[in-house]
Design a protein. Structure first.
Length: 300
């Protein structure tokens, strides 16, 4: 009976795959051109249909952006990580749904395979494995995204120190605050500098102030140092305050902060290496002392 159920399940999945493959059609050139002429934001052609994964991903994304959980710290951290890593939200939501589905169905498929091979396991073990697989499958993409977001924020802070120094050099050369900001952001091809350059260029084309663009970018990427820099630059642009000394002090503060973080990370790594070193030393002592202990004990 179990063999019949397993074979029927595999056959049903195969038929479903064949049907989906036959229904998928290549979009025509007119459809592609019409989609690109439409509003920016959706590049899905009319011939492409929404899959169930897309529907689940869109629903989950809507709950995080406009739903009841949009104001929670976790949702804000997720949105800022998506923004700073330049990850498509719908693509990431689809990955989470697929990974969660794989973790949910993987133990069940393994249980069916073991049943076919004659290894009897209770159905409760498959259900427990599915629950654990679902949690792990959803958590792994989220953890990876948040980790990449933290690494990129740390990189932005490092770039900000050099960015502030370049602004000070521009101001010392007699360039205005707007020109100093634009020239400092265009010196390096680094991705963080390009993000600031695009934000400043968009603000210049839209007629808004550059400090508002930097503040908005800092809020989007969840980098408080960038928001503080925008506030300092705003004082020079609106109140006419002397900005060179303030920016020099802020650049030195950013470098001290990064040095303290680097030292803290190094100390943490040293502490984590203590346990492997102690286990290695214990193993070496057992290896060296075992012959002597064995001979002493064998003498009695």
């Amino acid at each position: 009976m179990t063999l019949v159920v397993a074979v029927a399940t595999l056959a049903g999945l195969g038929v479903l795959g064949v049907v989906v493959g036959l229904r998928s059609t290549n979009p025509s050139l007119d459809a592609v051109w019409a989609s690109w002429q439409g509003p920016t934001g959706s590049r899905r052609t009319p011939d492409q249909e929404w899959t169930p994964v897309d529907g689940l991903a869109t629903g989950a994304l809507r709950q995080l952006t406009d739903g009841r959980w949009s104001s929670t710290p976790g949702a804000r951290a997720l949105r800022s990580s998506l923004a700073i890593t330049e990850t498509d939200p719908k693509l990431f939501a689809s990955r989470v749904v697929v990974a969660g589905g794989a973790g949910l169905l993987g133990p069940v498929a393994l249980w069916l395979t073991l049943q076919v091979l004659g290894v009897g396991l209770p159905i409760g073990s498959a259900l427990i494995g599915s629950c654990i697989g679902l949690v792990v499958g959803v958590a792994m993409p989220l953890a990876g995204l948040l980790r990449r977001g933290r690494e990129r924020r740390r990189h932005v802070r490092v770039v900000l120190g050099s960015f502030v120094d370049l602004i000070v050099l521009g101001l010392a050369g007699g360039v205005g605050i707007d020109g100093a900001l634009h020239s400092a952001s265009e010196v390096t091809p680094d991705w963080a500098a390009r993000r600031m350059s695009r934000a400043l260029g968009t603000a210049r084309d839209a007629g808004t102030t550059p400090w508002d663009a930097l503040a908005e970018l800092g809020s989007e990427l969840d980098v408080p140092e960038l928001v503080e820099l925008a506030t300092t630059v705003q004082l020079a642009g609106t109140e006419g305050a002397r900005i060179r000394q303030s920016l020099t002090a802020r650049g030195a503060s950013l470098r001290r902060h990064e040095q303290a973080e680097a030292e803290s990370a190094a100390n943490s790594m040293t502490e984590r290496l203590f346990l492997p070193g102690a286990l290695l030393l214990l193993g070496f002592l057992l290896f060296v002392g075992y012959p002597a202990v064995h001979r002493i004990l064998g003498g009695f």
